[in-house]
Ligand binder design. Structure first.
Ligand SMILES: NC(=O)C1=CN([C@@H]2O[C@H](COP(=O)(O)OP(=O)(O)OC[C@H]3O[C@@H](n4cnc5c(N)ncnc54)[C@H](O)[C@@H]3O)[C@@H](O)[C@H]2O)C=CC1
Ligand SMILES: NCC(=O)COP(=O)(O)O
Length: 348
């Protein structure tokens, strides 16, 4: 059960549903319809007609009351048993399992406005539902995913920021240094500077936002056996080890490069708070294998708080009621926890 804050707490969370043909809408509706569930103060950016159609499809119409609001501040006045809905200007159609190009504008509008509300302090965090990346690329979206797009939006509004993707679950937290790029491009894009910058942001956000004063970072190698001292690839000694040396000299608790195949079993995990991995799947395979239902995707390095479930659109089960809500629930809970601790820190 998620325990929400009372009056005078942080601003509400802005929640986007992501791809309308995916399970984002299903899960938000299911969470709201579960009466034992107390969600923190939040509002959903959505096309009311699309969301009502999905509620109807899921047989939840009698169990959910929508209250349309005009501004984030109005969410505070919405009854706890109703879902605060901030309407999008774009219209979206409800076609589970089948992305519609015309829905792309609304998906992007929700992210843009949610980020804007966070930057203005009118929302305390954004929790994003999964987008269908290819569907958005097909309508001209030029960013690999939310992570990079959120950094672009925040950079446009202020100083340039570098986003860092963190997958965090009960048994494992890990960060991929390179994110949404082809595997073949990883060695060329992996630099000592990128690893150092990623680790500095991770260590700072762990300290300032995740409540671990001196996080222990375990930095993976790139090649089998972390390169076997240069015999199986050069990057581990030439690129990764110098990064770890720089981090240690700065007082960051970092070890590595560690062979990736032996750093995820339980005794190895007990020795660190976060694994710094060299590419997307090196991080996300262990994270999703250990706890697909509970892991949360957090974007570090931003001036705003952003969390997301770890799963994708699950278009194969959208509109069926079979989507498990646990990761989205955990993303909402973590966003609220981070927002509350940020608000508390400001008042100290
Ligand atoms: N943060 C985001 O916006 C993310 C978006 N995606 C996007 O999602 C789309 C589909 O990606 P896939 O690799 O197929 O991963 P996926 O996570 O959507 O689905 C993989 C499998 O897990 C199941 N599954 C996923 N979430 C579930 C849930 N909550 N309950 C029950 N079963 C669930 C699906 O039904 C499917 O069988 C892609 O377009 C991808 O780009 C993927 C990851 C994150
Ligand atoms: N596989 C994780 C993922 O794709 C997350 O993407 P996003 O949060 O950057 O959209």
């Amino acid at each position: 059960m998620i325990v929400g804050g009372g009056g005078g707490g942080p601003a509400p969370l802005a929640v986007t549903l992501g791809e309308p043909s995916g399970v984002g809408a299903d899960i938000v509706l299911m969470l709201k319809a579960a009466k034992a569930e107390r969600l923190p103060p939040l509002f959903v950016l959505a096309d009311p007609a699309m969301l009502a159609a999905r509620a109807d499809r899921l047989g939840l119409t009698d169990r959910i009351r929508f209250e349309v609001i005009a501004a984030p501040e109005d969410a505070a006045g919405v009854d706890a048993d109703a879902l605060a809905l901030l309407p999008l200007q774009s219209r979206q159609t409800e076609t589970p399992g089948t992305p519609q190009p015309a829905n792309g504008a609304g998906t992007i509008e929700a992210i843009d406005r949610g980020v804007g509300f966070c930057l203005d302090g009118r929302a305390s965090a954004i929790v994003t539902g999964p987008i269908d990346k290819k569907a958005l690329y097909d309508v001209g979206f030029r960013h690999p995913g939310h992570t990079e797009y959120l950094a672009e939006l925040c950079s446009r509004a202020g100083a340039p920021v570098m986003p860092v993707m963190l997958l965090t679950g009960p048994q494992l937290s890990c960060v991929p240094v390179t994110i949404h790029i082809p595997l073949a491009d990883v060695p060329a894009q992996l630099t000592t500077e990128l690893i150092v910058a990623t680790c500095r942001i991770t260590a700072a956000d762990y300290r300032n936002r995740l409540g671990i004063a001196r996080p222990r970072l375990a930095v993976s190698g790139l090649n089998p056996h972390a390169g076997e001292k240069g015999a199986i690839g050069r990057e581990d000694e030439a690129v990764i080890r110098p990064a770890v040396d720089i981090l240690k000299a700065e007082g960051i608790d970092a070890v590595g490069p560690l062979p990736a195949d032996t750093m995820f079993h339980p005794p190895a995990r007990a020795r660190y708070d976060v694994a710094i991995c060299m590419y997307h799947d090196q991080a996300l395979i262990p994270a999703k294998t250990l706890a697909f239902d509970e892991t949360v995707n957090v974007t570090l390095g931003l001036p705003i708080i952003r969390t997301s479930p770890d799963h994708g659109t699950a278009a194969d089960i959208a509109g069926t009621g079979r989507a498990r809500p646990d990761s989205f629930r955990a993303a909402i809970a973590l966003a609220w926890k981070m927002a509350a601790s940020e608000a508390a820190a400001k008042h100290r």
